[in-house]
Ligand binder design. Structure first.
Ligand SMILES: *[C@@H]1O[C@H](CO)[C@@H](O)[C@H](O)[C@H]1NC(C)=O
Ligand SMILES: *[C@@H]1O[C@H](CO)[C@@H](O)[C@H](O)[C@H]1NC(C)=O
Ligand SMILES: *[C@@H]1O[C@H](CO)[C@@H](O)[C@H](O)[C@H]1NC(C)=O
Length: 476
């Protein structure tokens, strides 16, 4: 900002009588935002970090010339349960503004994942967009309808898009309609390996995109199937083995998307880090690969750097990180903040993820609501919205995400930053489209503070005593 700009801002600030110290951070200072494992600071604005000649502790260097992937966004899944609790909250507008707004007190969520029909977190009985009585089929999709989504999901989405019109969406089915499955049941089983069913299911995707488009909602991306090798008999799941998946994409879905001019990016896998053989096998067939934009990963199993290894083999395929949940199984704030920052937000962006998405955006005080299904009974939302209350709780997931989502904007480019030992220090750096720089540094150690210099643009900045299990974001 030039000196005229600063002067103008100062005048505006004096005029409306607000504190301007944060607007006037000078060119040689980084803003500092801190969350500590002991919870004394939660995305708290600290004294700025100035240029200095001193060096102490670790050196975090950032190379602005080594530009990596472009960031698409950060967020979570708007499950049926998440949409339900937000829709029914008496402070719905406040919640939506504070999650999706771009103000300094807002979380700045930029990407959402929407289950196509039901997952294991539904406030209403599980459904798809073309459910038929047992024993009947509907190959013409005459009964296709997104009406059930209109009860509260689409209204919430429209409110969100009013707050953030640039929000991007990913769609993911947990199951095809029961009549397209070997078990004739939404819970578990396989997609029927038959071209008539495949052609119908490809039309089902098209109808979904077209019906949402009528509502003014388009999808940046979609995965063909959530966790395609998982079958559970108590919630919507469906297996599509690799050969039927390849046939479905190359002979049915891919050509139909092209013919209908649907631009939503097709993502493979949407499952564990450990299963890279599956997207690998799909991409090794050029007739499949031509329709594929990316591979989506979940963080429950396998090595967290699997996407990076995959990227190194397939540089033209984008990496997406699409699911990780905290929950009642670990309520230790410092431990969860450490894991979600190191493994997921820093770990996945450094492993080439364009997007980093957690599981449920919001749940109630009982990890629900949840109707007539099994699956996860104690997953924690990014926020908890207690039924009927004029308040909500920002969970540890909110702060882990906020260190990036508030500052790293869609279109930002990751900049190369150095690597330390797993238990020493973690860092990731980004350049926003407006030229501003964001550096996130984490101290994962459980007992020892960490001091470090930031070395960037041939300048040194010094930060002392980042407490144990804490994370700090620098912005300039
Ligand atoms: C699926 O069907 C195709 C074509 O009929 C067949 O070649 C293939 O072996 C089947 N795959 C599976 C996993 O059943
Ligand atoms: C995926 O992860 C789950 C644990 O969350 C594990 O039980 C399952 O075997 C894994 N599946 C694959 C295909 O890697
Ligand atoms: C924390 O740092 C100390 C001192 O360097 C080291 O001995 C210890 O292993 C570290 N602990 C963890 C959990 O990283």
């Amino acid at each position: 900002m030039g000196s005229n700009g600063v002067l103008a801002l100062l005048l505006v600030c004096l005029h409306v009588n607000i504190s301007c110290s944060f607007l006037l951070s000078n060119n040689d200072e980084y803003q500092v935002w801190l969350t500590t494992g002991d919870q004394t600071k939660k995305l708290s604005r600290e004294a700025p970090c100035p240029v200095t000649s001193q060096h102490h502790g670790y050196s975090v260097w950032v190379d602005r010339n080594k530009r990596r992937q472009t960031i698409g966004g950060f967020g979570a899944a708007l499950t049926n349960s998440a949409a339900y609790v937000i829709y029914h909250s008496p402070i719905r507008n406040k919640i939506i503004t504070e999650l999706f707004g771009s103000g300094i007190n807002d979380l700045g969520i930029s990407y959402l994942r929407l289950p196509m029909g039901s997952s294991d977190l539904n406030a209403v009985d599980p459904y798809t967009y073309d459910d038929m009585p047992n024993g009947q089929t509907d190959f013409n999709l005459n009964h296709f309808s997104i009406d059930k989504d209109k009860a509260f999901i689409i209204p919430v989405l429209k409110d969100i898009l009013a707050v953030n019109p640039n929000l991007k969406l990913m769609a993911t089915p947990w199951s095809a309609p029961a009549w397209m499955k070997t078990t004739k049941n939404l819970f578990g089983g396989e997609f029927i390996n038959d071209s008539r069913y495949m052609q119908t299911y490809a039309q089902y995707f098209i109808k979904f995109f077209e019906a949402y488009k009528v509502e003014g909602i388009t999808f940046d991306s979609f995965s063909v199937q959530n966790e395609p090798l998982l079958s559970k008999n108590d919630y919507p799941t469906m297996i599509i083995n690799i050969d039927p998946m390849k046939a479905f994409i190359k002979d049915h879905l891919g050509p139909l998307l092209r013919q209908k001019n649907i631009k939503s990016k097709l993502l493979l896998w949407d499952y564990n880090w450990s299963g890279s053989w599956y997207p690998e096998a799909a991409l090794n067939d050029g007739n499949v690969a031509q329709y594929v934009s990316g591979v989506a990963w979940h963080g429950y199993y396998g090595r967290h750097d699997a996407p990076e290894a995959f990227h190194n083999k397939h540089q033209h395929v984008d990496m997406y990180f699409t699911e990780y949940s905290g929950g009642g199984w670990n309520k230790n704030y410092a431990d969860v903040l450490t894991t979600e920052t190191r493994l997921i937000f820093i770990g996945q962006t450094k492993s080439w993820a364009k997007n980093v998405l957690l599981w449920n955006l919001a749940l109630d005080e009982h990890y629900g609501p949840k109707k007539n299904v099994g699956g996860c009974n104690d997953c924690r939302g990014v926020i908890t919205v207690p039924t009927g209350k004029h308040s909500y709780t920002k969970n540890v997931e909110y702060y882990a995400m906020g260190h990036m989502s508030k500052f790293v904007k869609p279109g930002a480019v990751r900049l190369e930053a150095n690597y330390f030992n797993w238990d020493d220090l973690q860092c990731a750096a980004f350049q926003n489209p407006d030229g501003s720089t964001v550096i996130v540094v984490q101290n994962p150690n459980t007992s020892k503070s960490a001091s470090f210099s930031l070395d960037i643009d041939a300048k040194h900045y010094q930060y002392n005593n980042l407490p144990p299990q804490s994370v700090v974001t620098f912005v300039k």
